[in-house]
Design a protein around this ligand. Structure first.
Ligand SMILES: [Zn+2]
Length: 313
């Protein structure tokens, strides 16, 4: 039996798991529910039990396992300590140490889920072949993961890469989920795009196919692709904000590539066309040539990155 590495992506409703060859081949993946009873105390034992039963089923010995990596929805320090995961009921403790104990000494590593997903995209997805990458996730909110010289930038309390809360508008009156006003997330998440579209539609009576049905990120981008001028206004505003926010990131990090994922990115390359003019306008000249690509691994990015976390240890 050749060596394998396990990757675990712990989410609020399901735990995604998989095991890989050290070269990045996904051999098998599966899911178990996240049982959050009793302050989330059963979550790690459930994960460990599932891994052990998979090892028994596939005849994988303890010696064949390089380690188990886990992405967790909360800030995690580089030595595997979580600083509270509110939606799991977790306080502050070492996820790494507890996993190692539950797995009878198999090495474990833990990281923040968004950062770990970024590492996955760099290993086997849209950022493959690069060493300095920023992942941007345009989902319900906007998340990010920053990788510098092949390593995740966790920061002092694991809060590095919070791209969604970069301030991009001084005149915003609505409050972001984080309590501030004018965050990038308010314009470029799926809900942000919908909000921009509704604001634009109210501005005048210009005809648009968006007036005939549901307004959401998908219908906006679909309308952009058929030349709907109101939707194009929305895309321009979206692109102006995203380009500006990413220019700020680039001025600090100087990545070789931005990899854009999340629900909004399903619009495809068109999204990159709209953010680039603004990016080029605002960024320092040294980062003008930074590349943009779409994420490739979808919901599997987390398990890939968790596995890579162990391999990089
Ligand atoms: Zn915010």
């Amino acid at each position: 039996m050749s060596k394998v590495v396990f990757g675990v992506d712990l989410g609020g409703t399901t735990v995604k798991m998989g095991y890989f060859s050290p070269e990045g081949e996904l051999i098998e993946k599966w899911e178990i529910p996240t049982i959050k009873d009793n302050g989330g105390s059963q979550i790690l034992p459930d994960i460990a039990a599932s891994i052990k039963s998979k090892m028994a089923e596939k005849n994988i010995s303890k010696e064949d396992v390089i380690g188990v990596g886990i992405g967790v929805p909360g800030p995690v320090s580089s030595d595997g300590v979580i600083y509270k995961a509110a939606n799991l009921g977790w306080g502050v403790f070492s996820v790494k140490s507890e996993m190692e104990q539950l797995l009878d000494g198999i090495p474990a590593m833990a990281g923040n889920d968004a950062n770990v997903a970024a590492l996955g995209e760099m290993w086997c997805g849209g950022g493959k072949g690069y060493n300095n990458m920023v992942a941007v996730t345009l989902g319900t909110g906007v998340g990010g993961g920053i990788i510098v010289n092949g390593k995740i930038l966790t920061g002092g309390t694991g809060s590095g890469g919070e791209i969604g809360h970069i301030h991009v508008d001084d005149n915003e009156t609505e409050t972001c989920g984080c309590g501030k006003k004018g965050c990038l997330e308010q314009y470029t998440s799926a809900t942000g795009v919908t909000r921009l579209a509704n604001i634009r539609l109210k501005k005048d009576d210009k005809p648009s196919q968006l007036r005939n049905g549901e307004v959401n990120s998908k219908t906006v981008w679909d309308a952009v692709k058929v030349g709907d001028s109101v939707a194009i206004d929305v895309a321009n505003t979206f692109g102006e904000y995203l380009g500006k926010g990413l220019a700020c990131v680039a001025d600090v990090v100087n990545p070789e590539i931005f990899v854009i994922g999340g629900g909004v990115s399903k619009a495809g390359e068109v999204l990159i066309d709209y953010l680039k003019p603004s990016y080029t306008k605002y960024v320092f000249h040294g980062s003008k040539e930074t590349k943009f690509a779409l994420a490739k691994l979808g919901n599997d990015a987390g398990i890939y990155g968790a596995a890579k976390l162990v391999l990089d240890k």
